[in-house]
Design a binder for this molecule. Structure first.
Ligand code: UDP
Length: 239
């Protein structure tokens, strides 16, 4: 499988065409951005870590939680063959504990537990700053149809249940995370994008130390060490 034309370059990944029209190659970069691209930097080794973590978690979600994903197979440290999808233009956010923008919105301290998970949608548009939207916006604007939206909700909560338990076993609290879904050429809804310390908040269960991109966003230091710690806990204690 060889890389063809570059189809797209995002903040953290590049996407290339392949010989097969409905497959493409995702290539993870070490580049990091935050605050809608305002803060830029490099996290050494991030591309490899996020590629390996995402693929491992997607495999587990497929086999153990019955969630279809875009993953076909890992090609190298940074590159993965995936099914080509049309991305549903929504960031699907699941929250188990108050943090980040929710802390500001509801005036609660970070770390405040939630009685039940919260599901949020943001419309994926950098120019607009990814505004939060609800079911009515999504259906009225045609970003997803009713059945797709219901399936996204079902998958999001099932992914949350699975990942909470998975990370708990390795001493990590899953605070919140962002998912993206896509539609394959044959019309199937699948989990796409990535699941990594770039897109999840991970806190050490005991010390509550942050093991995710907040270390970069908030200049907390040892960003590389935190990403490596998550990789080592996932692979070290489970394989
Ligand atoms: N998130 C993300 N990409 C975004 C926005 C949020 O991956 O463009 C993730 C973020 O890492 C966190 C969760 O979604 O795990 C909730 O983020 P929040 O809305 O609190 O925004 P933030 O505080 O990250 O701006």
């Amino acid at each position: 499988m060889t890389k063809g034309k570059q189809l797209y370059e995002g903040k953290a990944k590049k996407v290339y065409a392949t010989e097969t029209p409905d497959e493409c190659i995702v290539s993870y970069k070490d580049d990091a951005t935050a605050f809608n691209g305002l803060k830029k930097g490099t996290i050494r080794g991030k591309g490899t870590i996020n590629n390996r973590l995402t693929n491992y978690l997607m495999e587990r979600l497929e086999s153990e939680a019955g969630i279809p994903t875009h993953l076909i197979r890992e090609l190298s440290d940074t590159d993965t063959l995936v099914r080509k999808v049309d991305i549903v233009p929504l960031e699907v956010i699941v929250r188990n504990v108050v943090a980040g923008s929710l802390a500001k919105r509801v005036g609660k301290e970070e770390g405040t537990p939630l009685a039940r998970p919260i599901l949020e949608f943001c419309y994926k548009d950098d120019g607009l700053g990814d505004p939060m939207v609800n079911d009515y916006h999504i259906l009225a604007m045609g970003w997803a149809d009713e059945k797709t939206l219901e399936t996204i909700k079902d998958y999001a909560f099932r992914i949350d249940d699975y990942l909470i338990a998975f990370f708990k076993e390795i001493g990590i609290d899953l605070i919140d995370f962002k998912l993206e879904f896509g539609i394959t050429s044959d019309g199937r809804l699948v989990l796409a994008d990535e699941i990594s310390p770039d897109t999840c908040r991970f806190w050490d269960s005991v010390t509550k130390e942050k093991l995710d991109k907040d270390r970069f966003r908030r200049d907390l230091g040892d960003v590389e060490g935190a990403y490596k710690e998550v990789l080592e806990r996932v692979f070290g204690e489970r394989r």
